[in-house]
Design a protein around this ligand. Structure first.
Ligand code: TPP
Ligand code: MG
Length: 803
């Protein structure tokens, strides 16, 4: 091997990176090939792996990870570049061979980089295009926030980097984020666009994309084009070169892609035809043999290592930068440039050709050095000094913030849970201390209308630039005092629920990204949870920790508008992994839940326990569905037993008497109807029980877990909901009532085999008063009495017939 004679210290960084680029291309391609051709997973399916999409980013990622990035930088990697990411981590010693060999398999390296399922320090989970991109800017805000507070002293500010596909720009959430970034003065953010001009189905429109450059610039970004590589630039400077440049600039994306795929023959034919009347340019082309011509014409900026290094080195440090890197999808692979290559897989024969080209012998496929023309010790030394890897594992930790017992909120007269929420936060703000210091709130333009106003008045809005409240300064009356400063603790967002969940996602990762614990609380109108749902899903998927409050909720918001009612959100709360959902009826329940929640979102117990119980050791995020309906508050001591039951998900507000034939189960703001109906029913039915369900989510999770535990040999395990329903005779019936889709509670019949009539809301969009709407949708006292009569088959005294 020629390179073996070189002294390791003499290898230039550029040469080393060019060699590593080859290795990364080989490993990532082979990893996908191995998963598809070498492993029999028993289902006959190819697992795919997007070789072309991966190859597109090989040069850029090699440059970034092995040379440019620093430990404090955080990266969201385009989903389909996962093989490249894992190959790089493998070379850096952060990923194991068996995970690589089991790419896309159970327990192997994940299809798309995953914070929770991969073991090798993924910074942000990606997969749903656009979300990984947009979370980077919000992470930069969080970085600003922790530094503005004087925290995170030993950890310098890093760049939040998105390595993104060009089609990701089509996602609306990216544009919503760009506007929000501008408002808050984004810094330290790099977006590197893999401009291969291809998406999944096709070739991206030429003219549209350059509009994007203008958009970024308008919004304060520096736009840096990596268009032509050094080879092309040198040729452009030769006689006739300028015309070649013009030809490339005018070439439609579709034609360029086709020519990349066809290779030298295609290029020569096309160029000679188009440039026949320009002898200088023609001569220039003819001076290149086939191989050189193909190399020249594919020498785009995003594949030119030298140019990439120069460009990143010259990039501004604080201003956000959008690098538009021209690349070729699948460069170096047989389907390069082909419009249908997105899911393309190389055949065995094609893989063998690549193997021969890269000098990899049979049995050396996973070898870190095979085929590289450089001495092993030189490569090893280089890898050992890669700046990105210098501090070892990059995932940080922060100790939990103690949650002191909450100040008690005295309700004078009726109170709604939403108002209670505002009062509780206000009390925490007033009391001060570590809990108040670490809470950070955010809301998409509904801060005041979700009752965060008092908290913000006390704690202020966060902004890197201080600004007094002009109304206050001028002595004008307003209940809101909106002082902005780096000391503030509230992020005010524009109306974009996606941004809310991306912000929560970033805030809730602060302890692991920046080593500083934050306790994020976000509010939005409950129906608009659906607007941000995918971002919420991804926030939970990456194990970000926060409390989200959906309020007002349901038809209970009444005249506020049928168009704002939420029906399915409790089902979302139940189904969303990593999110514990609650819907209390009373403020003392809410206080108990919030006190627990601030602790729960900080728990970091072992992963394996999660399957067996409620994730109580592992922790997670919390969703509170609250109401604007004022209810008379119970006066009762909050005993440890009651607290525990509220957290488990329910308690008997009125215990059923032995031999009773009926129980009413309710959730949330319909409590008065349930209680009144039970009272009326007691006239002709003995000992009707009333079960308050504070969390259908946790009750059902506990039930599933207990069944699994029993099946796995722990016969003594009983779920809280099983304990609760054991108080009800087997032949008793249950009427459930909730201001939501009835199935949020109807499953209770499955627990012990009780008959169930489930009342709830099935239709959307009617405004009215609460009595009108409860009557219309069948949640009022009479509807409960009718349901009781229907399910028991015996008349109920106080029921009147519906008109
Ligand atoms: C929200 C969402 N919708 C659809 C998909 C399916 N999908 C995966 S990649 C892709 C296109 C990617 O194109 P681009 O971002 O340009 O990446 P490239 O592979 O060209 O680098 C699509 C539509 C997805 N992952 N996420
Ligand atoms: Mg693309």
């Amino acid at each position: 091997m020629e390179g073996a004679r070189m002294v390791p210290g003499d290898i230039s960084t550029l040469d080393m990176l060019r060699q590593l680029e080859r290795k990364v291309l080989w490993l990532s391609s082979y990893m996908i090939h191995h998963a598809n051709h070498e492993i029999d997973r028993g289902d006959g399916l190819k697992v795919g792996g997007h070789q072309a999409s991966s190859a597109s980013l090989v040069t850029l990622m090699t440059a970034l990870y092995f040379h440019i990035l620093r430990p404090e930088d955080r990266v969201a990697v385009k989903p389909h570049a996962s093989p490249v990411f894992h190959a790089i981590q493998y070379l850096l010693g952060n990923q194991t061979l068996d995970k690589l060999q089991n790419f896309r398999g159970f327990g192997g390296a994940q299809s798309y980089p995953s914070r929770t399922k991969d073991t090798c320090d993924v910074d942000f989970s990606t997969g749903s295009v656009g979300l990984g991109v947009a979370v980077t800017g919000f992470a930069s805000f969080v970085q600003d926030y922790v530094h503005a507070k004087g925290w995170s002293r030993d950890w310098p500010k890093g760049r939040m980097v998105a390595l993104m596909g060009d089609a990701e720009i089509d996602e609306g959430n990216v544009h919503e984020a760009l506007l929000e970034y501008w408002k808050h003065g984004l810094t330290n953010c790099w977006w590197v666009i893999d401009y291969n001009r291809q998406s999944l189905d096709s070739v991206v429109s030429d003219r549209l994309f350059m509009k994007m450059a203008g958009l970024f610039e308008n919004l304060g970004w520096k736009v840096v084009l990596l268009k032509y590589g050094k080879l092309l630039q040198r040729v452009f400077a030769e006689p006739g070169g300028e015309r070649l440049k013009q030809w490339i600039d005018d070439c439609p994306n579709m034609l360029y892609s086709a020519l990349v795929f066809e290779g030298a023959k295609g290029w020569r034919r096309q160029l000679e035809d188009d440039l026949a009347i320009h002898p200088d340019t023609l001569g220039l082309i003819r001076r290149h043999d086939d191989e050189a011509l193909a190399r020249l014409m594919t020498n785009l900026g995003g594949h030119d290592m030298e140019m990439i290094l120069e460009t990143f080195a010259a990039a501004p440090s604080a201003q956000p930068v959008c690098f538009i890197a021209y690349t070729i999808k699948g460069l170096g692979l047989p389907f390069q440039g082909h419009k249908d290559n997105h899911a393309g897989l190389m055949t065995k024969a094609q893989m063998n050709e690549l193997r021969a080209r890269e000098g990899i012998n049979q049995g050396e496929e996973w070898d870190k050095f095979a085929g590289l023309g450089l001495p092993h010790d030189g490569i090893e030394r280089f890898l050992g000094q890669v700046p990105f890897n210098r501090k070892g594992r990059r995932r940080m930790r922060a100790s939990p913030v103690p949650v002191a017992p909450f100040p008690k909120v005295e309700a004078k007269g009726p109170m709604a849970t939403q108002a209670g929420f505002g009062r509780i936060l206000d009390e925490i703000a007033r009391a001060g201390g570590p809990l108040a210091e670490r809470i950070v709130t955010t809301s998409p333009d509904v801060t005041v209308s979700t009752n965060l106003g008092p908290w913000v008045n006390r704690r202020g809005l966060f902004s890197m630039v201080s600004q007094e409240d002009l109304f206050k300064e001028r002595g004008l009356m307003s209940p809101q005092r909106w002082v902005m400063s780096p000391k503030g603790q509230h992020f005010e967002l524009g109306i974009a629920e996606m941004n809310l969940f991306l912000m929560l996602s970033a805030l809730g990762l602060s302890h692991t990204l920046f080593g500083e614990r934050l306790l994020p609380v976000g509010t939005l109108y409950d129906p608009f949870v659906c607007r941000g749902l995918d971002a919420l899903n991804y926030a939970c998927y990456q194990d970000s920790r926060f409390i989200v409050v959906g309020t007002p909720a349901g038809i209970t918001l009444a005249p506020e508008g049928g168009a704002h009612q939420s029906i399915g959100t409790p089902l979302i709360g139940m189904a969303q992994d990593g999110l514990a959902a609650f819907e209390p009826a009373y403020v003392d329940e809410l206080a108990a839940i919030m006190e627990w929640a601030f602790d729960y979102i900080q728990r970091e117990g072992a992963e394996d326990k999660e399957e067996r119980w409620y994730r109580d050791e592992k922790g997670g995020s919390v969703y509170l569905r609250l109401s604007t309906r004022p209810l008379d508050q119970p006066s009762r001591p909050m005993t440890p037993e009651l607290t525990a039951a509220i957290i488990d998900g329910g308690y008997w507000l009125r215990r059923p008497e032995p031999g009773t034939e009926l129980a009413i189960v309710y959730t949330g703001a319909v409590a008065p109807e349930a209680i009144e109906a039970a009272g009326l029913l007691s006239e002709d039915r003995r000992g009707v029980g009333v079960l308050a369900v504070t969390s259908a989510d946790r009750l059902s999770a506990g039930w599933h877990a207990a069944q699994r535990a029993r099946e796995q040999g722990q016969p003594e395990v009983r779920a809280p909901v099983e304990e609760l329903l054991s108080a009800l005779p087997r032949d008793a019936a249950i009427v459930t009532v909730t201001d939501a889709y009835p199935e949020a509670l109807s499953w209770l019949g499955g627990v012990a085999g009780h008959r169930v009539r489930a009342l709830g809301v099935e239709h959307f969009g009617q405004s009215g008063s609460i009595p009108e709407l409860y009557g219309h949708y069948g949640l009022d006292v009479n509807a409960i009495l009718s349901a009781a009569e229907g399910i028991s088959g015996r008349p109920v005294r106080y029921r009147f017939l519906q008109k």
